[in-house]
Design a protein around this ligand. Structure first.
Ligand SMILES: [Zn+2]
Length: 43
């Protein structure tokens, strides 16, 4: 999952050999992960 820094669109899938935003053709994207909620129980 990537996010374009230019148009701020979410890019679900991207070819790692061809990193480019399909919306604005920007080559600057952030690799982002969906936030994972993790519950920690202290016993
Ligand atoms: Zn873009």
């Amino acid at each position: 999952m990537y996010r374009c820094v230019n148009c701020n669109n979410i890019i679900e899938k991207m070819d790692p050999n061809y990193v480019r935003c399909p919306y604005c053709a920007s080559r600057i994207v952030f690799k982002s992960r969906p936030p994972v909620a993790r519950e920690v129980s202290t016993d």
